[in-house]
Design a binder for this molecule. Structure first.
Ligand code: UDP
Length: 268
């Protein structure tokens, strides 16, 4: 096979030129970073799991009418997506206080927020992705007012859908990050959901035990990182051979005791 042209290498993914114009191949790596890449590591098998989880989530979202860049999964670590012009904003949706909002505003982690919050961060590694307001976005023209409205209304719909989807498998969707991109149709631009949705960019807590099933296990050295990612995939019904059903005891954190897993994987 002809060598593919690499377009970009990020912290968790590599982008290659796709087979047709306007397409891109997303390759999911096992590499993990945190705190603006100050902490680096590898989570074995993460790329395979995130490729699968993101495929599943994007497909489900397309079924409720959210336009996404996802075309199809190609293999264990790669998916074909539409090429977009990435809007330089990280759109964070929060249901429960955790992470940076807890630190910044002194709200205890786990405190449910009075209502869902949407925040915007300017995508710039050198600046450490600073929190920005709608006024900054308009002032520096990172996207138009209409695009921002489209992104925030999609973010709310995505949050409602994913909160229910995860609640059905005993997972609380605490917060998550979205990225959007523009596609051009002549002079007309449309905003669609891009990047990925996986435990790398979401906070997912077991509803019963509060156990973290996301990248905070890596960020905070909690152990059981691979197991947590696999557990999310298993509950979503994506690891068919490992569906051992309710009552399975999952060893997430040997030094702190064992998480009793009672969530059934979803039936497809
Ligand atoms: N997030 C992300 N990429 C980033 C920053 C945040 O995917 O560069 C996700 C993160 O996993 C969490 C949510 O966005 O689910 C909110 O993150 P927060 O602002 O609390 O930042 P953190 O505590 O991760 O520094």
């Amino acid at each position: 096979m002809a060598r593919r042209r690499q377009i970009y290498e990020g912290k968790a993914k590599i982008l290659y030129e796709g087979p047709e114009p306007g397409t891109i191949i997303q390759y999911f790596k096992d590499d993990a970073t945190a705190f603006n890449a100050e902490k680096k590591g590898t989570i074995n098998g993460k790329g395979v799991i995130n490729n699968r989880i993101s495929e599943y989530v994007f497909t489900r979202l397309s079924h409720i009418g959210i336009p996404t860049h996802f075309i199809r999964r190609l293999n264990m670590r790669e998916q074909l997506v539409r090429q977009v012009e990435i809007i330089p904003l990280e759109v964070v949706v929060r249901n429960v206080a955790a992470g940076s909002i807890s630190k910044r505003l002194g709200i205890e982690e786990g405190e449910p927020l009075p209502h869902t919050l949407i925040e915007y961060y300017y995508k710039d590694d050198a600046l450490g992705d600073p929190l920005v307001s709608e006024e900054h976005i308009a002032c520096f023209n990172w996207c138009s007012h209409e695009e921002l409205q489209d992104m925030s209304s999609m973010a709310i719909r995505i949050n409602d859908f994913l909160s229910g989807m995860f609640a059905a498998i005993d997972i609380r969707l605490v917060d998550f990050k979205l990225e959007f991109g523009r596609i051009w149709d002549g002079d007309y631009a449309r905003v669609i959901l891009a990047d990925e949705i996986s435990p790398d960019g979401c906070r997912l807590w077991d509803i019963n035990s509060g156990e973290k099933l996301d990248k905070d296990r890596f960020r905070r050295d909690l152990g059981g990182v691979e197991e947590a990612y696999r557990e999310v995939a298993r509950r979503l019904g994506l690891l068919q051979n490992e569906d051992s059903g309710p009552g399975e005891v999952l060893d997430l954190n040997a030094h702190r005791g064992r998480l009793r897993n009672t969530a059934k994987p979803v039936k497809k």
